[in-house]
Design a protein around this ligand. Structure first.
Ligand code: MG
Length: 160
């Protein structure tokens, strides 16, 4: 079996007047993530990691912010497209983890739903994609509540 690892990182600014979408789940917060799409950093980090592992480019080149097609789009579509490109290369998700870096809101109650939504979009079997959260001790832009960041690692395996 051939294995390929990918890593993705993203961050978006928190602004008033937008819904907060993280890992495909809408979370009550009173602020949301700015972005050309729905701003879902967890989905972006995962899609980036999948594209990298598949050798299929990166998020910026696949889904440019200048393309009106992606305006306000559900970012799970980026993950679905990354899964399609991986499948085209005879690769599937073997294991994946997404870490969300946020001071607020509290995300613990939403992690399972986020893992389920991201896993389904990635065409991953249940139970192999995990979402965790850290506050990074209140440091930096996430600590000040200016934005939310995410990091993802993905292992793709060749389909025989
Ligand atoms: Mg992004």
């Amino acid at each position: 079996m051939s294995l390929r690892i990918g890593h993705g990182v993203d961050a978006h600014r928190l602004v008033a007047g937008r819904p907060l979408r993280l890992g495909g789940v809408e979370i009550p917060h009173g602020m949301g993530l700015e972005g050309h799409s729905d701003g879902d950093v967890a989905a972006h980090a995962l899609a980036h990691a999948m594209l990298a592992a598949a050798g299929a480019g990166d998020l910026g080149s696949r889904f440019p912010a200048t393309d009106p097609r992606w305006r306000g789009t559900d970012s799970l579509d980026f993950v679905r497209e990354a899964a399609r490109l991986a499948a085209e290369r005879h690769l599937r998700v073997e294991s994946a983890q997404v870490v969300v870096i946020a001071q607020a809101p509290r995300l613990a109650a939403h992690l399972a739903a986020m893992a389920e939504a991201l896993g389904a979009a990635a065409s991953a079997p249940p139970g192999i994609l995990w979402v965790t959260v850290t506050s990074c001790d209140g440091l930096g832009f996430t600590g000040r509540g200016e934005g939310i960041a995410a990091s993802a690692v993905v292992l793709l395996a060749s389909v025989s």
